[in-house]
Design a protein around this ligand. Structure first.
Ligand code: NAP
Length: 261
């Protein structure tokens, strides 16, 4: 299936690691151009840029912290300056930072800043260009918005708000034919996930096996590539009549019968 994404321009927040990296890779494979806003500056990020830009300069990375509204504005401005259009935004950057009820109000606010406000800011600043292109927005949320996790109020509140904003923006942007959808991963092995396992469990390998046993389809984690395939479809005009949807890509983890062996 040709997704018609050649030369289209997408912003992917946190697009150099984990799920974001998967999305960037799929977009580049489809011939799209990608602007990544991220604070990651590590060797993996530099290697990824080198690899994806080896033939054409298709991926542009802007370093900064998305908690800073001025940085979100700069990501949009630089994208337009470089490519003169924006066809879509993938709001992906986030961190499950374990800021629960015990941690208190400042930690809660900090967690929401880490996970939520930049989803709004990027879309706000990009709106004029999204109107021009009849663009597509994909919010990467989480199963935690539907199931809870315990001990992570800021993250859960942010993920729930992202689902609400998906429906809210889908309605507000109907007059411009801008589509807005959410993808909900559950268990995907990424740098974030790996550090969550090692920071919270004495035997991370055992915990990983326990989690996989509970995933109905093939008892394995979802890959970043499988999340990215759904995201890229939602960004493309192959999903031209899909908006306001929450799409769980999780091997049936959230919605299938818990009694399944
Ligand atoms: P990851 O491996 O940590 O990658 C996230 C990227 O975003 C990192 O490069 C990170 O930079 C960057 N980032 C985070 N906050 C940022 C900020 N304020 N400013 C600039 N860059 C920032 O995480 P992931 O597991 O791929 O998660 C991606 C998304 O999927 C998140 O929204 C997460 O909630 C969601 N999700 C993941 C899972 C899962 O199983 N992995 C499950 C449900 C939902 P640093 O490395 O410097 O922090």
């Amino acid at each position: 299936m040709d997704l018609n994404l050649k030369n289209k321009v997408f912003i992917v927040s946190g697009g150099s690691k984990g799920i974001g990296e998967g999305i960037t890779r799929e977009l580049v494979q489809e011939g799209a151009r990608v602007v990544i806003g991220t604070r990651s500056q590590d060797k993996n990020t530099q290697d990824l840029l080198k690899e994806l830009n080896s033939e054409n300069e298709t991926v542009h990375l802007l370093p900064g912290d998305l908690r800073d509204t001025d940085f979100c504005r700069a990501v949009v401005d630089q994208t337009v300056k470089r490519f003169d259009r924006i066809d879509g935004i993938v709001n992906n950057a986030g961190i499950n930072d374990n800021q629960g009820l015990e941690q208190g109000p400042p930690a809660f606010r900090e967690s929401v800043a880490n996970n939520l406000y930049h989803y709004f800011d990027l879309v706000h600043f990009a709106l004029p260009w999204l109107k021009d292109s009849k663009g597509s927005i994909v919010n990467i949320a989480s199963k935690v918005a539907l199931t809870g996790q315990g001990g992570t109020s800021g993250y859960a509140a942010s993920k729930g708000a992202q689902l609400a904003l998906t429906r809210e923006w889908a309605v507000e942007l109907l007059p411009y034919a801008i589509r807005v959808n959410a993808v909900l991963p559950a268990e995907v092995m990424t740098p974030l996930y790996r550090s969550w396992l090692s920071n919270n469990f004495g035997d991370p390998q055992l915990k990983e096996q326990e989690i996989c046993r509970k995933i109905p389809l093939e008892h394995r984690m979802t890959t970043s590539k499988e999340i990215a395939a759904a995201v890229v479809f939602l960004l493309s005009d192959r999903s031209a009549h899909t908006t306001g949807q929450w799409w769980s890509i999780d091997g049936g983890y959230v919605h299938l019968d818990r009694g399944i062996e």
